[in-house]
Ligand binder design. Sequence first.
Ligand code: 0GY
Length: 295
Amino acid sequence: MDPDYLPFHPNPSKPTYKAPAGAVDAHCHVFGPADKFPYAPERKYTPCDAPKEKLFELRDFLGFSRNVIVQASCHGRNNAALVDALMSSNGLARGVAVVGPDVTDEELHAMDKAGVRAVRFNFVKRLVDAAPKDIFLKIVDRIAKLGWHIVVYFEAPDLEDLIPFLKQLPTTVVVDHMGRPDVRKGVNHPDFQRFVTLLAENKNFWTKVSCPERLTIQGPPYEDVIPFGKYLVEKFSDRVLWGTDWPHPNMKSHVPDEGVLVDVIPRIATTEADQQKLLVANPMRLYWPEEEQEK
Ligand code: 0GY
C-alpha cells in the first residue's frame, strides 16, 4: 500500500435511509488480495487489499442486494480478481472489465459467462497512460456483439476533446461520477452544462450520480455535491445509476463512511419513484436484463 493511501473505513455507520428491496450498488471495486491477485506492474497506485468478502459484507450491512464491480486501474487488464468475485457472488454481482485489443474471443466469452457486461475506457491521466483512440475502437464492435456496453471515466476539462470519440460509440455509454465536475463552479457553469447537453442529445448516454466523497470541497455530508446529483436525477431519471465506490481508491482528504454516502441518496433522488429507478429499475435493466424480462 502506498504510504499516503487511505484504507477503507473499518467500521461504517448504519445509514438512516433504507434502500428499496433489490437495490444495486452499481460502482464498487475489489482489490487483491495481492498474494492471490497481484497488482499490475504498470499501476499508478498501490491500494490496500479490498477483497470480495468485505464487499459482500458491506452490501448486506448497507441493506443492498447486488453489486456491479468495476475493474480499477491498479489491476490493469488482468480481470482475475473481478471474475473471481463475480463467480463467488451467486449471480448477485455483475462486472465491468478492462481489456486490450489483444483479448481473445475465448477470453471475452469466459468473462461474459462469469457476469461481465461492459468494458471500461479510462481517460483519467493520473490513473492510466494515454492510448490512441483506435485501440478502443478496435474493441467496441467485438464487445457490442456480446450485448455489452461501455463505461467511461474522464474529468470535466477533458470532455470537450472526447466528445467526437464518445459520440461514435454504438452501445449504451455510462459516464462515471457525473463526468467529475468542479463543484465550485455550480451546475450552470458551461463545463457541467456541456455534460448535460451530451446526455440530453444522446439517449444512449447514462451516468453514475456517485462519488460525492471525491467531488466535495466541503467534506461530509457533501452538501456542495448534492445539486449536481439532484439535477441529473431529475432530468435523466431513467439513465442514472448509483454506487458506493467502495473502497474509494486514491482518497486523500478523508476516509468516507458508506453509511453517510447512502444517506446522500434521498437528497439527490427525492421521490420514491426516482429512488426505485436509480437503485433498482435502471441497474437491473442494464446489468440483469434477463430478470427484468421475466417479470
Ligand atoms: C474510482 C475512481 C478512481 C480510481 C479508479 O481505475 C481506477 O483506478 O477508477 C480515482 O482515482 O478517481 O472510480 O474508483
